[in-house]
Design a protein around this ligand. Structure first.
Ligand SMILES: Cc1ncc(COP(=O)(O)O)c(C=O)c1O
Length: 414
């Protein structure tokens, strides 16, 4: 089956559920064992799902924190769509990210990470992970591999680098990290130390439709599935996409921390993924037209959208589209940004992104308010920056709303 068909028909046979066209919602916290021998066998597997599990039949289940039919179906479909061996769903993107960090990192390890990261990931690394003895070292997307290697060698941290964590395009400035550079960085560290750091990419902004990091040699794809995968602003979820070996390890960590996606969340995700390609492509068409409108507008300064990058930029090599998230600076700084947001009538003034409805927010005072001001400045998250997640409404209505809010942004004082 083609990937888009997998998201609709993959891994489910109606005959296992009274011929229901869709897999029903299995609202059961636990499952009856068929025999004592069966229970013993299931516990010996320690939550590791066999590769050939029949996902439609609700046998081989123990307890919903460890696994349940709706979870397995959602996971099988996301993995099939990405062409990956496995995927894991969580109750939030942060549950996926924290499970990854707790599963991979130990005190004394170093995380080499790109900047900027989503505010919550940044906060987790700088706060709790550092407090537990994990060291951080950051790099920017325009640094060359040799420069990064020279810096980590000078700091004497090379042997402790366990994880290279990137976000691309980055939220909210849409900076691109080149996957080829990350592969090279990881192999160079392996040559120097004898161990290869795990590489993980937060792929929330473009994936899985327009970007598939595993195909470019990244080990783990990370998602806030509250965004495009869920797609309707009605659920919070997260996902990791990786090899079967890593999924087995991380599934164990997920069971211990308890962030497993519930039956209801998993059922909604399965519903949402059926229209994932349609939604992301429609939103991208709108975004391209809005970028055209914004790029020559006198109230708009810097406009960040991957589609504006020159044709030889790595973005065009590693992604098949530019998606529907963009950000732009308003002339007039924070007061202009606030006037703009308060004047919006159709576009929702809300955090989050990737829903069917368009949403705008002021990153520096909302999603990235936990990032210290001098670091925000360094990342280019200025006081006039607006992040816009373009939805699938009619583009004429969106253009009209932005146009009238931009008139308000000028304000009396300007
Ligand atoms: C890029 C990115 N990664 C991770 C997260 C965290 O995901 P969640 O809010 O689902 O926990 C977000 C949330 O905004 C995000 O934008």
């Amino acid at each position: 089956m083609k990937p888009a068909t997998e998201l609709i028909d993959g891994h489910y046979d109606p005959k296992h559920a009274r011929n229901a066209v869709k897999m029903p919602l299995y609202l059961s916290s636990n499952y009856v064992f068929s025999s004592a021998e069966e229970a013993k066998k299931l516990f010996e597997q320690k939550g590791v799902q066999p590769a050939d599990q029949d996902l439609a039949a609700p046998q081989d289940m123990i307890y919903s924190r460890l696994g349940h039919p709706n979870l397995l179906l959602a996971e099988a479909r996301l993995a099939a769509y990405e062409g990956a061996e496995s995927s894991l769903f969580f109750e939030s993107g942060m549950a996926a990210i924290s499970t990854l960090f707790m599963g991979v990192l130990r005190p004394g390890d170093t995380v080499l990470h790109s900047t900027p990261l989503y505010g919550g990931s940044d906060h987790l690394l700088r706060g709790m992970m550092q407090a537990w003895g994990v060291h951080l070292m950051e790099f920017s997307s325009d640094e060359r591999v040799e420069q990064i290697i020279a810096r980590i060698q000078a700091a004497d941290v090379t042997p402790s680098i366990r994880l290279i964590y990137i976000e691309t395009p980055a939220n909210p400035n849409l900076q691109i990290v080149d996957f080829r550079q990350i592969r090279e960085l990881s192999y160079t560290i392996q040559k120097l130390t004898g161990h290869k750091p795990l590489t993980a990419c937060d792929n929330t902004v473009l994936g899985p439709v327009f970007q598939k990091p595993l195909r470019h040699g990244i080990d783990v794809g990370v998602y806030s599935a509250s965004k495009f995968i869920g797609g309707h602003s009605d659920l919070i979820a997260g996902a990791l996409v990786c090899s079967r070996e890593w999924a087995n390890k991380l599934r164990g960590v997920r069971s211990q921390f308890g962030g497993t996606a519930s039956p209801h969340t998993s059922w909604l995700l399965t519903r949402s993924m059926e229209t994932l390609e349609l939604r992301m492509e429609a939103a991208q068409r709108n975004a391209v037209q809005l970028v055209d409108f914004l790029k020559n507008h006198p109230q708009v300064g810097q406009l960040n959208y991957p589609g504006l990058l020159p044709p030889d930029h790595p973005h065009h090599h590693q992604a098949t589209g530019s998606g529907s998230l963009l950000s732009f600076e308003l002339v007039g700084g924070q007061s202009a940004a606030f006037r703009f947001l308060d004047a919006l009538r159709l576009v929702r003034h809300a955090v989050s992104l990737g829903g069917t409805e368009s949403m705008a927010c002021h990153s520096s005072t909302t999603t990235h308010s936990n990032v210290p001001p001098e670091i925000r400045q360094h990342y280019g998250i200025s006081e006039g920056l607006i992040r816009l997640s373009v939805g699938i409404e009619h583009v004429d209505d969106l253009t009209a709303d932005l146009a009238q809010a931009l008139v308000h942004a000028v304000g009396a004082a300007d």
